[in-house]
Structures are given as structure tokens and as C-alpha cells.
Design a protein around this ligand. Structure first.
Ligand code: NDP
Length: 259
């Protein structure tokens, strides 16, 4: 596995955790992207301080306002990215933003499920629709017939917790709404891979590992994987993806996971 070479990439939920790690690593590549779009809810606020610091050092980093549960915000983000890219498309869309909780069969509510789906499933769906014209443009502008993340790709940050076959870490919590939203995201990824193949767009679902972030941390157990390990691994895996990998579910080390 080599180094990811990509002209333009957009990461959602980029102000902290794995999203911020992805942005840092992309900017630090020996051949960094010409454009790194870091999408977050409040680009000028305190929560985006680290992104603002990075942007002051890296002119190829553009912070884009994005609330993934608001269709108008998604459309505005796609329009502003399109303006920056001018005649070229977007190569790589990483749908990373998500929320989680540990709701149980006893206490999960309609509101909880609705909010989880809105963020973790519907958000990636609407983002992919909104950025589709830019992804198609990138695919058309890339030579060769195969699929790759350098050409055009959608990576949906899923979770092994959404695997129906393995129901990963059930012993640590039921996380009903989260698991259901990620299982649905996995199905969406498979459908996208089938629908977008003809447009030259690779689609895959990733499990980043159990990672030391706000979401991955708990008072009882320390997550085994650091953000740097997870992100470094995932970018390497992305660099190696080809035609045969579209519509797969992979972990941060490149292992194929059961749906
Ligand atoms: P964090 O909770 O650390 O960060 C989540 C990010 O998503 C934040 O930037 C947050 O922004 C953003 N976000 C949440 N809701 C919205 C919204 N409505 N609109 C825009 N942005 C939003 O999570 P991680 O970094 O740990 O997780 C990243 C991805 O990896 C997720 O998809 C998660 O499900 C997945 N994952 C993580 C694992 C782990 O162990 N950490 C394990 C398996 C999967 P804000 O700061 O504004 O809230």
C-alpha cells in the first residue's frame, strides 16, 4: 500500500476526532491534495479553533460550514466547493460526521432514532447526492477506466457496530439507534456502489477501529487505537482501493468485514 494521491477531498465532521485527524494527515502527505475541504458546523467558533490554526498555515485548506442534518446547508456547501474547484471536480468525499449514544432496547426513543438516522444515514445520503455532479466531473476528468480514490470516491465512515453478522462489542453496550443507523449506512454504501459504478465512482464503508476520540472514549475502557494510527491506516487503505473494492466494508487495516 502506498501513499494516497488525490487532487481534492472533502471531510465532514472535520473539527475534532477522526475528521480532524484525516485533515491533518492529508495536509502532511508528501504530495498533499491541492484542495482539502474541512466541513464543520461552526467554522468561526471555538470548536473549530484547531482547524483555523491549520488553515492559517496551509493555503490549500478551506473550512466549509456544514450541518449535515440540514439540506440547505448541504446544498450551500456543494455550491461553495464547486466554485473553488472551478472546472475540475471533487475526487474524494469522506462522510465522517456522526453522533453516537448507548441507547438500549428498553430506553431507545423515536426522537433518538430519528436524530441518529438524520445525522448518520440521511446526512451521507444527501451529501452524496449534492456532491454527485462534482464527483462525476472528477471521474470524467481522470484518465483510465478503473475505479480509485484518486479518481472519484465516496467513503462512508461506518462502524463495525453496524455489522448485522458480528454485532461487534455488544457486551459493551446495545447502542441500538447507533447500530441501526450504521447498518443502514452500510446498505446505502452498497446501493451507491451499484448505482455509481457506471459514473466511475468507487464507494466503500470503513470501520476506523475503536479510536481514542470523544465518541470512542468511555470512563470504563480506553479505546485501543489512536487517531493517528486509525487515520494513517485508513489513508493507506484508501490509496490501495480499486475496482474490486467498490461496495465493500473494510476496517482501518484493510481487513474485509462482514456486513
Ligand atoms: P467525534 O464524536 O469525536 O466527532 C464527531 C464529529 O462529527 C464532530 O466533528 C462533530 O461536530 C461532527 N458532527 C456530529 N453531528 C454533526 C452534524 N449534525 N453536522 C455536522 N457535523 C456533525 O467522533 P469520531 O471522530 O470518533 O467519529 C468519526 C466517525 O467514525 C463517525 O462516523 C463514527 O461513527 C465513526 N466511528 C468511530 C469510532 C470510534 O471508536 N471513535 C468507532 C467506529 C466508528 P461538532 O464538534 O460540531 O459536534
Amino acid at each position: 500500500m502506498g501513499e494516497l494521491r488525490v487532487r481534492s477531498v472533502l471531510v465532514t465532521g472535520a473539527n475534532r476526532g477522526i475528521g480532524l485527524g484525516l485533515v491533518r494527515h492529508l495536509l502532511g502527505l508528501p504530495n498533499p491534495p491541492e484542495w482539502v475541504f474541512a466541513a464543520c458546523r461552526d467554522p468561526k467558533g471555538q470548536r473549530a479553533q484547531e482547524l483555523q490554526n491549520l488553515a492559517s498555515k496551509h493555503p490549500n485548506l478551506v473550512i466549509v460550514p456544514l450541518e449535515v442534518t440540514e439540506p440547505a446547508s448541504i446544498k450551500a456547501a456543494a455550491a461553495s466547493v464547486g466554485e473553488r474547484l472551478k472546472d475540475s471536480g471533487l475526487n474524494l468525499l469522506i462522510n465522517n460526521a456522526a453522533i453516537g449514544n448507548n441507547s438500549s432496547l428498553d430506553n431507545v426513543t423515536q426522537e433518538d432514532l430519528a436524530q441518529m438516522y438524520a445525522t448518520n444515514t440521511i446526512g451521507p445520503l444527501l451529501l452524496s447526492q449534492a456532491f454527485l455532479p462534482l464527483l462525476k466531473k472528477a471521474a470524467q476528468g481522470s484518465p483510465g477506466s478503473g475505479l480509485s480514490c484518486s479518481k472519484a470516491a465516496i467513503i462512508n465512515m461506518s462502524s463495525y457496530a453496524g455489522s448485522i453478522q458480528d454485532v461487534y462489542v455488544w457486551e459493551y453496550g446495545q447502542a441500538i439507534s447507533y447500530r441501526c443507523s450504521k447498518a443502514a449506512l452500510n446498505m446505502l454504501t452498497k446501493c451507491q456502489s451499484l448505482g455509481y459504478r457506471e459514473h466511475g465512482i468507487l464507494c466503500a464503508a470503513f470501520h476506523p477501529g475503536w479510536v481514542q476520540t470523544d465518541m470512542g472514549s468511555s470512563a470504563e475502557v480506553k479505546a485501543p487505537v489512536t487517531v493517528d494510527e486509525s487515520v494513517g491506516g485508513m489513508l493507506k487503505v484508501m490509496s490501495s482501493l480499486s475496482e474490486k473494492d467498490t461496495g465493500t466494508f473494510l476496517d482501518w487495516e484493510g481487513k474485509v468485514l462482514p456486513w
